[in-house]
Structures are given as C-alpha cells and as structure tokens.
Write a protein that binds this ligand. Sequence first.
Ligand code: 1PR
Length: 590
Amino acid sequence: MLLLRTPYRMATVYIIDVESGNLQSLENAIRHIGEYDIKYIRNADDFAKYDSEISTLLFPGVGNYGHFVHEIHSRKLAAPIKSYIGSGRALMGICVGLQALLESSEESAGVAGLGYLRLPLKKFNPDDAVYQDRRQRKAVPHIGWNSVNKITVEGKETSDTLYGINTINKYYFVHSYAALLTPEAQEQIAESSKNGWEFAFTRYGSEHFIAAISYGNFFATQFHPEKSGVAGLRVLKAFLTGNKRGSTTDTATQVNPGIETTLSGLTRRIIACLDVRANDAGDLVVTKGDQYDVRETGDSREVRNLGKPVELATKYYKQGADEVTFLNITSFRNLPVKDLPMLAVLKEAAKNIFVPLTVGGGIKSMKDPVSGEVFSATEVAHLYFRSGADKVSIGSDAVTIAEEYYKSGKKKTGGSSIEGISATFGAQAVVISVDPRRKYVKSPSDTTMETIEITNPLKYGPDGERFCYYQVTSQGGRKTHELGALELCLACEDLGAGEILLNSIDHDGLNSGYNLELVQQVKTRVSIPVIASSGAGKPDHFQEVFELDCGIDAALGAGLFHRGEYEVNDVKRFLQKQGMDVRLEGEDTL
Ligand code: 1PR
C-alpha cells in the first residue's frame, strides 16, 4: 500500500514586530515550547504577503503606549490586524499589545487604540491610601510578580483556568498604566461579559485592574508570559495549542502557595546578579568585588573568576531567580558597538531564561571605534533589547546627568540617556545603578546633601561623627562625586527612570547584610521600585531588608550564590517559612 506521507509542516507563529522592545525572548519562549517556525510582520506589505497562511498571530508591545500605537498606524497595520481579528483567527496580545486593543491611555493623550473594549488605561496611584496608612508610597511602575486573583466567564467567577492562567501562580508584570476597575470600567466589563468577554483580574495595592481578556478568537495578557517562568510558558503554550479552558489543580506549579498577602500583592522579588568582565586572558568571566575590588588577594591579583556568564545565569534561573542582572564592569573601547561581547552573552542567555534580564555597564552614547559612527544611548539600549534584555541599567552616565540636572536648576532637556530610553521603551526599561560610599560629617550643615543621623554609637565615624550621607561614585567606585545617593535617585526618577538598583560599596561583598539605613533613606523618598543590593551573605539578610517598614521592592544577591553557599530557592524557602510570599515554582514541566 502506498503511504502518501503528507509533507510535515511545522506550525508557524507570526509576530507583529514594530521594534518596540525585547521580542527575542518571546521567540525563544515559543521555540522552548515546541517546534514552531516564526515569521515577523513589520508592515502592511508583510501582512498582505502572509495573511492567507496566518492562523496564529502574536501582538506583543513593550514600553510607551503612544509610541507603540503610532508605529501600528504608521506601518499601516491597524486595518489588517482588525480584519484578521474579524476573520476569527487566533490572536494574542501581550502587555502594550493588550493595551492597544483597548480605547485610550492617559500615557498618550489623544492617541486612540483599536477600541475593542471601551476602557481607558490609567496610571497607578503612587499615593494609594493603603500605603499612606503605613507612611509608604506605592512604587509606579508596577514591576514584579503578582497573582491573578479572579477569573470570570460570562461575568461569573470561575475556578477554571483561562489559557492556563490560574489564581495560584505568579506572573511578571511591568507597567505603569492599566485598565483599572473604576465604576465606569466595571459597568463596561459587566456589559461585555454578557456578550461573551472573559476576564482575569489582579490587585496592585488597593487598585484592581485587568490582567487578561479573552473573546472568541482573541486573548491578551497585561503580564509578560515569556518572562513569567514556567507558569508563563504554560499560558503561551495554552494559547498556541488552543487550550482555552483547564483546571487550576493541573496547571498550578506554585509550591506551598504564599500565606502572606503583601500590601502590593507582589511577591518578595529575589534577583541574582552577575558582575561580568574580561579577565587578563580576555575571556568574559563572572567576577565579584570585595568592596568593588575584583582582583584576588595575594600575589596573583588575578581577576576573580567565578564562572561563565551564560552558564551561571541559566543556573540561577533554574534555581528560582525572579530576575537576572548582568553588570559589565569592563569597557570594551576597541570593539565595534555591534560586536559588544555582552550582546552575545544576552542572546545566549535569553534562549533558556524566561524571567526578566537586565544589563548594565557602558549604557551611554558611544562612538564606534572602527567606523566612527556615533550610537545614541537609546540605540545602544535598542541593541541590548533586540538581543534579549528587558531593562538596561545606567550607572556612571546617570551621575553626569544628575549633576547637570541640578546645575541647570532641574531642567529636563530630553537629551539625556535616561530620558531618551524612557521615552522610547518606557520608564520600566530604565534602571539606575547607584554606587555610593559612606561619607561621615560632624553636622548636617557640613553638606548640602540630606544626611542620615547615626543612632548606634558603635557606628559613629572615626572622629565620632554622628551623621553621614552616601556620596555617589562613577566608573565602578573609582571617581567620587559631591552628590548624594538620594539626590541622584530623585533626579533620575524625575528624568524618567523606572527603577533603582541601590548598591553600597561599604557593604559590597562583606556578607554582613544590606545597608539598611541607606535603603530606608532612599526608599522612603522615591516613588519608583528600589532593589536593595550589596552585602547579602545569608537568607536572614533578605528577611531583614524585606522587613524594613519602607517596603523595599526587591533584594539582590551575588557572592552568596556564586560561592555556592546558597541556591536562590534556599533563600525563597527560608522567606516562605518566615511567612513571606515568594514565587516558588516546581520543575519546568511544560
Ligand atoms: O557605570 O553605567 O558603565 O555601569 C557599570 C556597572 O558595573 C554599574 O552597575 C556598577 O555598579 C557596576 N560595577 C562597576 N564596577 C564594579 C566593581 O565591582 N568593581 N559592580 C561594579 C558593582 C554591584 C553589584 C554587586 C552587589 C552584590 N557590583 O552588582 O554584585 O553589590 O554583591 P554581594 O551580594 O556579593 O555583596 P556604568
């Protein structure tokens, strides 16, 4: 009998690409899920060329709503997308891709979305009442791991899952605007539910908002499934395989669901950090400073080599890291910009890491040493986003920018790297890495910077100074500036930064715990998320910093993970035992 073997055709996933951010990770997630061919649609011509073949279309958006919607219109993609949806074929929106399906956003007045739901997007309120009772400010953007606390079908709450979304797992959100459940919105949602719309909702502080929508053939999530670990990959897989409904029990991978309900709803976020530099042989290695001195003590003075960047990063992801940060502490002066070694590290790391990736080190405008071409900081950042980074971290350039900001009377020119990257890719993509060193003063009047009063006499300065402030440094601690860490953070927040990575040279590598007074000083004054960094030596140190009443958003560890003393999930299991809410997933069993 002649077996007619129909030629095996790998399923194809089409992705709308308007260069809005990190699509590399979405592609990697799809490839991790199954054997898919992936094609990008960048304009109406592409759409026309592939339209008849498309049965699965992804509509991912990152960053600024107005920029994204403008790109959709300027590339003449709005009409073909609408007609595709009207044809009943499957579409999934992600983050700004969900937002663009709605009506409008406060982020970009006058810019109309595709309007499938008459719901406006509004900014989260940093003066959220539930925070004020604890004298805290809610960090905006909403960055971190949150739960979906309700799923509705035809307006009725259900314990079923929606494309794998359940009410137990944690999903990664990174946005400042959302479809908030205002009374008007709730009316619109009730109306739409009668017509078959299904919703998932999440809480951030006292504000509830739409985490996902589904109607017939289309589905969209506010969170990033490609960055939400195993739980997120399951959502993406459910969409790709058309598996709309399931039961929570067989989809949840969260071990011992959190017993704590945090003020924000977010979990305690644990970040693994890899300082990366070229060793004397020119190989990129993971290193670790001891108060920023990365060379071994003793005669050799070799660069401390703790392992290979991609291997270690992947290991920490599998150990449960909520984010992975690479800080490149070498400036590659003689390499073409597009050949920067960290681009290759990111490309490789993003293949198997499905949580947010941040890269820092050398994020500023630069002149290509070979071609002489000048790349703006935004273009440099774009290269990293295209390689798989979700956020870029700016260190030295931020100090220069902040000094200029104060010197000009807090003028915002729009020309700085912070403003440029934030305007194009969104505030959530811009982290400021602060490298401060303690400076003792006898009296607050000895400096124009805001000082901290030292309450423990054992910690007074060498000459009995009872006050200090934290002077920022650049170039990895080599240059000291007459600018305080708090003042730097306030300036960068005003210029559009979305998050602070708050290091402490005095605590770096000492395993004696975080610099709690510095964390408290900064976190109580800024309205963007703050990551405590430097000094973690054991899980208790993470508990200590999360217990501060300032409500720190995340805690970073480096040395204690590199030395193999603890795995990331050891820290999380310890915190869960103390009653803290952490993301603790089972194996990657897709
Ligand atoms: O100035 O924009 O080119 O960025 C340079 C980046 O590299 C900055 O983020 C800066 O913090 C970082 N960096 C520069 N030199 C060093 C160094 O160590 N010589 N790393 C360095 C600073 C800070 C954390 C560290 C934590 C946790 N490292 O990454 O890992 O302090 O360590 P621990 O948990 O072991 O205590 P630009």
